[in-house]
Design a protein around this ligand. Structure first.
Ligand code: GUN
Length: 288
């Protein structure tokens, strides 16, 4: 048997089309959704991510404003720019691309973004809202994973869900969302004893550990749903430079019931959720 592929690229495309429709509707009602993206410095990976975000906005009819700032931008300057965007009624979402140059305090920068415009969901108020079941913004990757699971018809109530990774951006919010969906949630991390035993209990396994191919088929329960958040470049060998996940796809495919490919699984969903969050921010602003 071989696992069903969960096609995030196809679902993301449908979501983008829905976003485009609703964005056009909002624009006709006088609130064209607007996203501001701030890129500080010249990290090449960040430049690529930001380019994708701006392109996604264009294709879905969202207005995007990109501010490229030099690596030596002062914190005072960056915070002033964020405050100006907070006050700008044409901007509904603000995203500061991470990582920031080391002289900038990323947490202070994020906390300066208005929680009403925090479409990344990284603000402490957004994290608190998620934790307590209040309205806020949910980080794009775990939100995209939930949409993918819902679309695949995965029943989470009472399911054993295991999240590998405890980052603020993926692991922790992912665990909260799975809990909200009434799964029984275990969070594993680099210090977990017998990771394999935990993983093998999972009906739903979400891996966001940042280690290439660390989860192999023998660590997966037969029929489990496997969500691979990993994005790693293979450093050497015949496949050098290619993208691979945190799950060893070939061995997992034979055991899992369903699995996300890398690329084409979680990645496109993350990008689509930024559009969804921006649209939501504009919708809320229009209702105020
Ligand atoms: N850097 C890598 N991923 C992300 C993301 O989702 N948001 C921001 N702001 N920076 C990132």
């Amino acid at each position: 048997m071989t696992a069903r592929l969960l096609d995030g690229a196809a679902l993301a495309q449908r979501i983008r089309a829905e976003v485009a429709e609703r964005a056009a509707q909002l624009a006709r009602q006088g609130t064209p959704p607007g996203l501001a993206v701030l890129l500080v410095g010249d990290d090449p990976a960040s430049a690529v991510y930001v380019k994708h975000k701006v392109k996604d906005c264009e294709e879905s009819g969202l207005r995007s404003v990109l501010q490229r700032l030099p690596a030596d931008t002062t914190e005072a300057d960056l915070l002033a720019r964020i405050r100006a965007l907070n006050a700008d009624p044409a901007i509904h979402g603000i995203l500061v691309q991470l990582p920031l140059p080391p002289h900038l305090d990323a947490q202070r920068v994020i906390e300066t973004i208005s929680p009403l415009k925090d479409v990344d969901g990284f603000h402490v108020a957004s994290a608190g809202a998620l934790m307590t079941g209040q309205r806020g913004f949910v980080p794009c990757t775990p939100l995209g994973v939930m949409r993918l699971l819902a679309h695949a018809g995965v029943d989470l109530a009472g399911a054993e869900a295991v999240v590998v990774g405890r980052s603020n951006i993926v692991g922790k919010p992912q665990a909260m969302l799975l809990l909200q969906a009434s799964a029984t949630v275990t969070i594993c991390h680099s210090r977990t004893r017998d990771l394999a035993a935990h993983c093998r209990r999972a009906d739903v396994l979400v891996v966001a550990a940042g280690r290439a191919r660390m989860i192999t088929g023998d660590m997966i329960k037969p029929g489990a749903v496997v969500i691979d958040v990993g994005m790693n470049r293979i450093p050497d060998g015949p496949q050098a430079g290619r993208l691979c996940g945190d799950v060893d796809f070939d061995s997992a495919l034979a055991v899992a019931g369903a699995i996300t490919p890398v690329p084409g699984g979680v990645g496109p969903m993350t990008r689509a959720m930024l559009l969804v969050n921006t649209l939501e921010a504009a919708t809320r602003a229009a209702a105020r």
